[in-house]
Structure formats: structure tokens, C-alpha cells
Design a protein around this ligand. Structure first.
Ligand code: SOE
Length: 400
């Protein structure tokens, strides 16, 4: 460690899918990027002692604890990384910020707008004391997505008119798939809308620089009752044979949107797109060109340049692996592609860069509240036969 580098001792809460993805990123980030701060994987936290002890060894953490309240008061921890289900985000993040710890919180920020507002209030207060916070929308960190934003920002698309976004999965198509926490409103807040719709809301606002101002939404729960899960229930869960319970979240959420720069958008988030495993698709059409991205081909970006001579126009497939593409200078030679886990390494890179230089990382809790406000508007609209529903700017709330 150079003398200029700060050490940031991380305490992570949760050790399932996101905990493993974040651990991989904390392990890797300082070996790849030269940064003003170095992460130390100090403590991992989970309720079940034998499982968290095993996770600490497997994922590379120095110590473990079973009590997040103890974790956030420790003097040997500077950052709290929240990788738990949504029902504990607000409580943990607010307590950590109040204890003076920087916070990285998985998406969606919270299970409700009220919780997200309380988190923003805690983040704003902590910020005055130099305590930083960020929400973990990892798809912003796909190099092709960052390039998309750059093309829009630098005017290559002209005036943005259409945003077309879909996040398609199929892991609960089978009606016998059990009632895991992601299908329970009290734990997850919402279903496809908050779990994957949140990503495309954030991603499109990030890429276009425009805010969603109003929506007309529709949600559906196709399978209303499911077998109860066995205790170890992840994305590949099994039923425990003890009966069934009600699904209390949406299986699919669709909405139309208007954005504040004049664009219109269509959004679709579903866990019932049979055959689509993790297709995050975004297309943006502007007056001078278009860009199209699909996460299942995450190293590529399609770009149509309408200013090229007519005889040469057509969608160009850019292989986003050049060293001067976003995030890629530290990785492999051109053509040697990257994967899902890199998006988290890039997320930790941006977090450490900001905290290490005393800046606020993005997306902030305010940005994440904006996403929450859109989701809330989609839910209310769907409850009122898709009535048009305005989305207020989160920043105005913070300023008030
Ligand atoms: C499950 O649907 C899930 O793991 C989401 O929670 C993640 O945010 C998404 O990136 C992949 O799918």
C-alpha cells in the first residue's frame, strides 16, 4: 500500500448472491485499478453463525460477526456494504450513516418511498461530516452502457426521442418454483418492478441524463400461490413440502413514461420471459442516431450514425474492449471480453475513487430515491387502471 493510499476497512452485511458478487469485487478492485483508497475485507456479517463463518473463509473476509448492530459500531470498520434483502436496507444503512460509516447499499434502495426518504435524510446529514453513500446499480458500470451515455452526452444521438427498455428473466416460470423472499412483499417491497425494473429505470435515466416525469403502469401476478421454500432458498430454491403461500408481489411490470428532455419511453420488467435468463435491453433513438444494448452480449454496443453518408449507414457493432473505452484500460487486450462480475469491480472502483478523494459517489441515495419514486408511481398507476401518474423530482424534496 502506498503512503498516499487510505485504507478503507469494509464490513459487509449479507453473504448470498450479492454478497458473493460484492466480495469478488472487493477482492479484485485494488489488484486491477490504481486508486486513492484500498479496500480491506475486514468483517462479514450474517445471522447464522456456521454459514457466515463458512462464507468468511470462502469469500475471503478476515473476521465475521452475527450482529450488524455490533458491526456498525466497530472502530475497525469504515464502510458498511449492505447486501441484505430490501426489508433491512433502511434500518442498517441509516444506523451505519449515523455511526459515521460510509455506506454502499444494494438496489433497490428501500422497500418504500418513505424508507428511501429516511435514508436520503440520513445520507444528507452524514454528508456534512464527510460520510459518503452510494446505491449499487451495477449495470451503469458495464463499459458498453457507459459508452452509450458518453455518446448521448456528447451529442452523437442528437435529440433523444425514444427510450425502449426491457429487463427479461424467466426463473419463476415454473409454478412449482417456491415462494422465496423475492416473491414476498414484506421482504422485497415489490417483485419484478423493484428487483429488475429498478435497474432499467436507473440505467435509462443515467444514459439519457433525463428524468422520468410521469408513467402509466400495469402489473400482473400470473402465479398467485406457490409452495413454501426450504430454508436454504436462493434463486435455485426448492420447496419444503409443507404447503403453499400467497405470492404478494408482481411477476411482471410494464409502463409507458415521459422524460423531462422530451423523450418518451416503454419499460418492461418480467420474470416470465420464458427462455430469457438475464436480458437487460436498452435502445435509445435520437434525431442523429441510435444505440442499442443487450446484457446477454454485454461487450457489444450497436450504434447507428444517421450523419454518415446514406450509402454507409447501418447499425455498427462496436466491440467495447478497447483500452480507451470506459473502465477497460486496466483489463485485457482488445477483444478479450469481460463478464458480469466486472460490473461490481467497476462499482467498487468508483466508490473507492470517490471516497478516497473526498467526493460523493454516484448513484447517490437521492438518485436511488428518484428510482423509488418512479416505481411507486408505476404501482399507484397500475392500481388505478393505468391512470397517468406524475413523478416528482427527488432533488426538490431534498432542497425543501
Ligand atoms: C434476481 O432477479 C437478480 O439477482 C437481481 O436481484 C439482480 O439485481 C439482477 O442483476 C440479477 O437478477
Amino acid at each position: 500500500m502506498s503512503t498516499m493510499e487510505k485504507e478503507l476497512r469494509v464490513g459487509m452485511v449479507g453473504y448470498a448472491f450479492m454478497g458473493a458478487a460484492h466480495s469478488q469485487a472487493w477482492r479484485t478492485v485494488n489488484r486491477v485499478y490504481d486508486l486513492p483508497a484500498r479496500a480491506r475485507m475486514s468483517v462479514i456479517c450474517g445471522r447464522d453463525e456456521s454459514k457466515v463463518a463458512e462464507a468468511a473463509t470462502r469469500l475471503g473476509w478476515e473476521a465475521y460477526t452475527t450482529d450488524w448492530r455490533e458491526l456498525i459500531t466497530r472502530d475497525d470498520v469504515d464502510v458498511i456494504d449492505v447486501c441484505t434483502p430490501g426489508d433491512s436496507h433502511a434500518e442498517i444503512a441509516i444506523a451505519a450513516l449515523e455511526a459515521g460509516k460510509h455506506v454502499l447499499c444494494e438496489k433497490p434502495l428501500a422497500n418504500s418511498v418513505e424508507e428511501a426518504r429516511a435514508m436520503v435524510a440520513a445520507a444528507v446529514q452524514a454528508q456534512a461530516a464527510g460520510v459518503r453513500s452510494m446505491c449499487g446499480f451495477n449495470y451503469r458500470r458495464v463499459p458498453a452502457v457507459a459508452l452509450m451515455r458518453h455518446l448521448v452526452e456528447s451529442g452523437r444521438l442528437g435529440v433523444v426521442r425514444h427510450v425502449r427498455a426491457a429487463y427479461l428473466q424467466d426463473w419463476i416460470v415454473d409454478p412449482q418454483f417456491p415462494l422465496v423472499w423475492r416473491l414476498q412483499r414484506d421482504k422485497a417491497g415489490s417483485g419484478a418492478l423493484g428487483d429488475i425494473g429498478a435497474h432499467i429505470i436507473d440505467l435509462t435515466q443515467f444514459v439519457t441524463g433525463q428524468r422520468i416525469t410521469g408513467v402509466s403502469g400495469l402489473t400482473e401476478t400470473f402465479i398467485k400461490e406457490r409452495p413454501l421454500p426450504s430454508e436454504a432458498a436462493g434463486l435455485a430454491a426448492s420447496a419444503d413440502g409443507s404447503g403453499t403461500g400467497p405470492v404478494t408481489v408482481d411477476d411482471a411490470a410494464l409502463f409507458l413514461a415521459r422524460l423531462d428532455g422530451g423523450a418518451v419511453g416503454t419499460y418492461e420488467a418480467t420474470r416470465f420471459a420464458t427462455g430469457r435468463k438475464n436480458a437487460v435491453r436498452v435502445e435509445v433513438n435520437g434525431s442523429l442516431g441510435s444505440v442499442a444494448f443487450d446484457f446477454e452480449r454485454m461487450n457489444e454496443l450497436e450504434f447507428y450514425d444517421a450523419t454518415a453518408p446514406g450509402t454507409e449507414q447501418g447499425f455498427t457493432k462496436i466491440l467495447v474492449t478497447e483500452s480507451d473505452h470506459p473502465y477497460l484500460s486496466a483489463w485485457w487486450p482488445p477483444g478479450h471480453i469481460i463478464g458480469y462480475e466486472h460490473t461490481f469491480t467497476h462499482e467498487m472502483r468508483d466508490f473507492l475513487e470517490a471516497v478516497g478523494t473526498g467526493a460523493d459517489p454516484t448513484p447517490s441515495f437521492v438518485d436511488a430515491l428518484q428510482v423509488q419514486l418512479v416505481m411507486d408511481a408505476v404501482t399507484s398507476s397500475a392500481e388505478q387502471d393505468s391512470a397517468w401518474t406524475e413523478v416528482a423530482p427527488a432533488l426538490a424534496e431534498v432542497a425543501a
